[in-house]
Design a protein around this ligand. Sequence first.
Ligand SMILES: [Zn+2]
Length: 356
Amino acid sequence: MWWGRGQGNSASYYQPAMELPDLKAACPEYGEVHSQVLQDVLRRVDKTYQAFFRRIANGETPGYPRFQGANRYHSVTYPQYGNGAVLDGSVLSLSRIGRIPIRLHRSLHGTPKTVTISREADGWYASCSCADVPTESLPSTKRETGIDVGLKVFLITADGKIIENPRHYRTAEKQLAKAQRRIARRKKGSERRKKAGALLKRKHQKVQRQRRDFHHKMALALLHTYDTIYLEDLQVRNMVRNRHLAKSISDASWGQFRTILAFKAACAGKRVFAIPPAFTSQDCSGCGERVPKSLSVRTHVCPNCGLVIDRDENAALNILRAGPRLVFFGFMPTSQTRSIEQPAVHKMRCGLSGDG
Ligand SMILES: [Zn+2]
């Protein structure tokens, strides 16, 4: 009713925000939620609609935003630290909820801005996003490289260094499949099926955590070695549609790695450039000759100059060659354009029990 079709995107946040008092009168249970938290829900809806209309304007065909029921809604945000949510030692005070003990592993740095409470597979977490976090720069090495995402390996640098995919990926995949089959065996709506579902969620969470941990470590290792890193600006969303399964998985993971690398680079005073992909795997890094090859051809063999080199290493060399040229023409590093305004998020475990 508030956000009917074809209503445009202008009034979607502010108008309902003004109607909130009426809504609270109609639904007394909303009075039990902090007002800023309710306003944040409207902000989220607004964001969804903005994105929806933006994508329509771009000629895409997005799905119309759908109502999300309670079991699809996993977090609430206190948009102003100090107003409804405040951290007092190892206790988080939340207005209308109470004082909650927190497992705080590191102290907060910078100025806390927002607090988001979220439910994950293994319990509740509070994420505090902070602004003005002091950066710690890494020593300069005066080295630069190009990196390419591999199919069999995680990535390869222009100087031929290979980072393998961690072995635990395979183990985790098997465990996920097993947990998935367990759900399928159990009767719909049964308690046992619910339990199996919770187990699958925890397995997924574990895989995500292992992957993120790996990405953080590899990003840091690269930034210790190089001052400037060029990589290919793959359109992750398009690539995931690729029917080649292994490739689509590695590309999805690549997207996260790129974000982490750019963010860490910004903090470390280093630079990461995502350059538009243009024939990086097809062209010869030795002489520039275009050598067309399908995805299954893993070695680049140049009929022109006789260069024989691994396909991905050839691509990494092309990326390293194209990068500085684009930078010369004013191309901006992703480590500046995207990440710096992103606040640092500090996540802590809440001492709530159960998953209610
Ligand atoms: Zn060649």
